[in-house]
Design a protein around this ligand. Sequence first.
Ligand code: BGC
Length: 762
Amino acid sequence: VITPTLPQSTVMDVETILESLTLEEKSRLTSGSSFWRTAPVARLGVPAIQVSDGPHGLRSQDPAAGDHVGLGDSAPATCFPTASAIASSWNPALLGRVGEALAKEAKALKVSVVLGPGVNIKRSPLCGRNFEYFSEDPLLTAELAAAMVDGIQEQGVGASLKHYAANNQETDRMRVDVQVDERTMREIYLPAFETVVRRCQPWTVMCSYNKVNGESASANSWLLDTVLRGEFGFNGLVISDWGAVYDRVAALRAGTDLEMPPHRRSPGRVAQAVESGEVPIEVLDARARAVLELVAKGRHVLELDERVDLDAHHYLAREAAAESIVLLRNEGGVLPLAKGTSVALIGELARTPRYQGAGSSQVNPTRLDSVLESMTGQFDVTFAPGYLLDDGHGSDGSDADLRARAVEVARSAEVVVVCIGLPAADESEGFDRTHMHLPRAHLEALAAVAEANPRVITVLANGSTVVLDEVTQLSAAVVEAWLGGQAAGSAIVDVLSGEVNPSGRLAETIPLRLEDNSSFLNFPGDSQEVRYGEGIFVGYRGYDASRLEVCYPFGFGLSYTQFELSDLSVVTQGNAAAGDLKATVTVTLANTGVRDGAEVVQVYVSDLESSAARPVRELAGFAKVQVPAGESREVLIELEQRAFSYFSTRLGRWVVEPGEFSVEVGQHSRELPLATVIRVDAPSIGAALTADSTLHEWLADPVMVRLIAQEVAGGQADPSRDPHLVSVIGSAPMSTLVAFEGLSLDEEALERVVKRRAQLRE
Ligand code: BGC
């Protein structure tokens, strides 16, 4: 946890102020005073502080006005790559630098809290806000988000970790009841919140719109009180998503400190509830205290006169966008392009970039680079739009004349760079997609130019994944550039020219078909309810468990150089019983090519002998390593006990089971050339055998088998001697079986062995 040293003109003594507040003042503090500001208490010198959206740039509107999810007249700010882009960098340090830049811009705009990052897991490729989220994997999400939160907070600006929790779709987002089992919550949807809270103590956590198992997130005491504050140790402020408080009194009790935007009637209701005894004053004090503490931390921003080097931030946005690009295909080494190559540049998106998604995260950029401008000068470029941009009225932009002109241009060039992508109208906060396809008009333009010139390099602009089988077949190279922010255009050219060696790796699987995704049958639900029927098998955990081919696997990405991994060693220390089991994984990474480059070394763990259903493998650690051409680096990755654990609902805690685990290392989730098996010693978690345990369970326990043998010695019906009989009756509880004729164990004998077994356990 980083505690910045802040210049404070006067100390704000929260406890003294709290004691001096009237009931009305306390109640008013628990709602904002405007769309983007907390409530001031002028007589006690408590100022109002401002919050603004993130997560990939500031959307700072006039704090008194604001139009929620529109751009309004928000101040110009650097638009960094969206979360789905920057997650592909797999580089926490980069996220830290972007966080720092966000905070500096926040300070310049007198914003005390950045409303981000969003750490919701990509359950379905269709979620309308996937561009705002990092990954389908909780560990990757957690590591990236933690780095960003530290980057922001080291500057003395707060972050808001959102949207807590299980907010994985936009359809009916304000009413939908997410039915999800506890193990899935603990293993998939909560870990990113858990890690960031434990490691960085974000100043705020934003509760989501949806219900979780019957209770809205803002009034969910299990989520807010038991888990977030009780278990994860969160000591900051819970802010509501904008309009996520449906019952202010219930939300107050459950743990939502600050309702945003303010609801006219809330302060009155809160005061009344305290007066009537419905809400203890201690609860209101805790909420008001959280607001005062936030103001105390954030108010120094109001006194700053921070200047931002927007050029430097633009270059950081460009560096970040370039590092986020994933090279998916590069047949015959068509990339990188030599300077001066004659390029047919096709696609309106090359001239009119799509670089961010719509909704509350939309930034008013300080500058905007296009591929067309950035290429001109370096290459011999001829541009043809090839298609029209979606007009938002149902036409997908198909235009035969534009296509014909594109073919003509493609024919006479050495290579063709085709920029295609999702239309803006397809990706936004507020609704989900219904399919994963690129617009027909874009694919038609691609197919037409590919027929004229096979040296096609396709550059994609999309925030959520799209199906790519057709694109792959038509292209010699495929460059996934995501929604890369305001410098995406120049960053793409940096990669095409080889100025930057691509090092992005997929933070989510690109499936062959939407239907292959494990949430397919349960997305987006109906009748105001969605059931997370796939459980923990989200993303690659689902594709792997169902043994499905995918288009491009989780973790995948190419480079202009080659890497080789060797010399795997895994050394464990500590022990599972004490909770301090650790494993140190070391490998050698060699850059065997002729260009400098960075590789992401990925470590996956599988439990080979689990009593619970577990994913085939799970990402347990990773490191992004820069290696000069021809050189090697030793890479060390530490795994914590959690990497071997699963959440046992029966025991209500994380457990490691004894036995063998495989540790695999490689360059993506389906290319893991190095593997080793380690044995982990841990206490057995088997439940005590009782009369209600089944015959199978009894026979699986050698001690019990011995005890039964002693009891039935001489009897004719020892069931363990008849395997067929055991298969038939094995899943019946012993208490039921003893009532059957022919089993030489009666009720008294049963009681005796259960007792004896329990004694031996002690
Ligand atoms: C979004 C949040 C955002 C808030 C404020 C909501 O619609 O879900 O992510 O921070 O608005 O704009």
